[in-house]
Design a protein around this ligand. Structure first.
Ligand code: HEC
Length: 101
């Protein structure tokens, strides 16, 4: 029964983890901005994709195209790129990306 709430919690974290969940960060303001952009701008056409669903190299292919689609200004583009990179780096030490979805 206790596991029910834990699973629910991990689900919401894994889509777009909060900055506080990423360990020590040096640019928290920019990452917060990047997360806000991710949650708002990147869920206009489809649901926000769970970030750890793709590897960094996959994101390197997908993200520039999606930033273009989102018509982000350059500082928001930098912020969302930094946020995704940080989530992926943090996830390699805390959890493995799930292979099934
Ligand atoms: C204007 C609409 C639009 C916006 C805004 C948008 N996307 Fe997309 N996204 C799409 C479409 C359409 C596809 C599928 C076709 C494609 O890959 O071009 C897609 C596909 C994706 C995929 C691949 C999903 C898969 O299963 O292969 C990812 C990841 C993604 N988007 C992330 C983002 C991120 C991150 C942002 C914000 C920077 C974003 N999207 C903003 C329209 C959008």
């Amino acid at each position: 029964m206790a596991s029910f709430s834990i699973i629910g919690c991990m689900d919401s974290i894994s889509v777009a983890p909060k900055i506080a969940e990423l360990g020590t960060v040096s640019n928290a303001m920019r990452l917060e901005r990047g997360r806000a952009v991710y949650i708002t701008s990147c869920s206009r056409c489809h649901n926000a994709v769970r970030i750890t669903r793709f590897t960094q190299s996959k994101w390197d292919g997908i993200l520039p195209e999606m930033i273009e689609k989102s018509k982000l200004n350059s500082s928001d583009s930098v912020a969302v790129t930094a946020y995704i990179r940080k989530v992926l780096n943090a996830s390699t030490t805390t959890a493995q990306p799930s292979k099934s979805e």
